[in-house]
Design a protein around this ligand. Structure first.
Ligand code: FAD
Length: 488
């Protein structure tokens, strides 16, 4: 179908103002936060489930791929139309449909921005717990598709732990409803299956989520270290004592200095690493845990342990999880870290892997070796409490040699994660980037079962093709175009 004719058909469904098809408009949709790959044939912005159904039916009739897209902040290429077709953007489906405080539930359209839901219920003492660092931009539909995590995953789990039900449009236009407001429903857990399926099983058009009660008190600590190893040992020691902080994040000195220059949050410029630790709960319990954690930090040679004493000081440590005026836990430095690194390097590649947290000290040493061997600069930001690593590999994409070294270094780090008993992604998903790495963590039988499940939902494979599941034999390499803008 010619682009103009496709645009006319789509405009019949959503109106002219809801369709983009000219090359200059499509340029904005040829990449997400990973890479620049390919333009869709058209982008369409539905407002209702019925319009999504009509779009799915049109795509079936014309045998076109369909790719759902939230805010495009995904870091594994999932929202890129790598085989062309129709990109379905959810920026007009952004209504909070229902807030039911008594049941601690909300029902939202997929284009609602993550932080907006927390802001909408904040005055009533609630928030939406999944808090990816991108939460000011990313959508709840995207969070569902990626099963997103964030700094508070350690205590509160990932998106799937907060999603109770979904409305999903299948590629043929059928509408299914999974789950409900209550937890325990008979039958297969289709909600659990769709969460994390990266837009390959269905198009999510409505989400019922759990709202969480804001804790009575929160204590935020900043532990400063002269040796990275001491910081990683503290992480292991805290959890070994049976303490589960709400968040336990680590930044190395290099990253920290970039962050400080960008945000002026008051971080020490001369240290090797910091841990940002938060405990939440009843006032007395939070206080007791904070003191216990402070002791563990000191035992592991922290140079200093700072507590955010005033609301202003907390504001400087935290950003992105605005809950109320008085307790404004906004983790400014950490949540702006990727952007801060973008100021000091022409390009960078964010790796995302996960390991058992007890192996963190060893892993940090390994990343240091990789850095030297490939003559690259690697900054480290970790959701340390749950063993989720984000090495940031800096380079200049104009230098082909460097770009190749980046890929090899990233590949070595991710392979090491698997060898240590971890996995190829902690939270950013598989998308295009890691599709060839799936056989590292799944057997042929595992993958075969997943393919058969996908065929039930998406029999022609037109929904988000080329993502998540490898089609056949794979060569086990990262698929990133670091030389053509595959960096952030
Ligand atoms: C600076 C930065 C920080 C980040 N921090 C974190 C973090 O802390 N934790 C984390 O988990 N991730 C993080 N991410 C990655 C990203 O923000 C998350 O994966 C987020 O959930 C993506 O949401 P989105 O709306 O941008 O989705 P998109 O990027 O638009 O899409 C992501 C995937 O979801 C699918 N999708 C989108 N909407 C739908 C729908 N309605 N139905 C079906 N499929 C759909 C797409 O097809 C695609 O496969 C970060 C990214 C950036 C740039």
């Amino acid at each position: 179908m010619k682009p103009g004719a496709l645009a006319r058909e789509l405009a019949r469904i959503v109106g002219q103002e809801g369709v983009l098809w000219r090359a200059e408009d499509l340029m904005l949709y040829e990449y997400d936060a990973l890479s620049s790959l390919r333009q869709p044939d058209a982008v369409v912005f539905p407002r209702t489930t019925e319009q999504v159904v009509q779009i799915a039916k049109l795509a079936t009739r014309e045998n076109l791929p369909v790719v759902p897209r939230g805010a495009g902040t995904g870091l594994s290429g999932g929202a890129v139309a790598s085989e062309g077709g129709i990109l379905v953007g959810f920026s007009r489906m952004k209504e909070i449909l229902e807030i039911d405080i008594e049941s601690q539930r909300a029902r939202v359209q997929p284009g609602v921005v993550n932080l907006d839901l927390s802001l909408a219920v904040s005055d009533q003492g609630y928030y939406f717990a999944p808090d990816p660092s991108s939460q000011k931009a990313c959508t709840i539909g995207g969070n569902v598709a990626e099963n997103a995590g964030g700094p508070h995953t350690l205590a509160y789990g990932v998106t799937t732990n907060h999603v109770l039900g979904l409305e999903v449009v299948l590629p043929g236009g059928e509408v299914i409803h999974t789950g409900a407001k209550s937890w325990d429903r008979p039958g297969y857990d289709l909600t659990g299956l769709v969460v994390g399926s990266e837009g390959t099983l269905g198009i999510v058009t409505e989400i019922t989520v759990r709202l969480s009660r804001k804790p009575e008190a929160a204590k935020t600590l900043l532990a400063v270290y002269d040796r990275v190893l001491d910081a990683t040992r503290t992480v292991v020691a805290i959890t070994a004592r049976g303490i589960t902080p709400a968040a336990l994040e680590m930044m190395d000195g290099f990253t920290l200095r970039a962050v400080e220059q960008a945000t002026h949050a008051g971080y020490p410029m001369d240290c090797a690493a910091v841990l940002l630790i938060e405990v939440e709960g009843m006032r007395e319990a939070a206080e007791e845990q904070a003191s216990e954690i402070e002791a563990v930090c000191n035992e592991n040679h922290a140079r200093a342990v700072r507590r955010a004493r005033t609301d202003e000081e907390r504001d400087l440590l935290w950003k992105g999880r605005r809950t109320d005026e008085e307790r404004d836990l906004l983790w400014k430095g950490r949540k702006n870290a990727f952007g801060a690194v973008g100021r000091i390097s022409p390009s960078y590649y964010v790796q995302d892997g996960v390991i058992p947290r007890t192996r963190l000290p060893e892993m940090l040493e390994f990343i240091g070796e990789v850095e030297k061997r490939y003559d690259l600069r690697i900054g480290n930001i970790f959701h340390a409490g749950d063993g989720n690593l984000h090495p940031l590999i800096m380079f200049d994409a104009r230098d082909q040699g460097q770009s190749q070294r980046v890929l090899k270094a990233a590949q070595e780090i991710i392979t090491k994660c698997v060898e240590m008993g971890g996995s190829i992604t902690g939270e950013h998903g598989v998308g295009i980037e890691k599709i060839e790495l799936m056989p590292l963590v799944f057997s042929p039988d595992d993958l075969d079962l997943m393919r058969r499940i996908k065929e039930v939902f998406n029999p022609q494979g037109r929904l988000n093709p080329g993502k998540l599941l490898p089609a056949g034999r794979m060569c086990g390499e990262l698929r990133v175009q670091v030389s053509t803008g595959g960096e952030r």
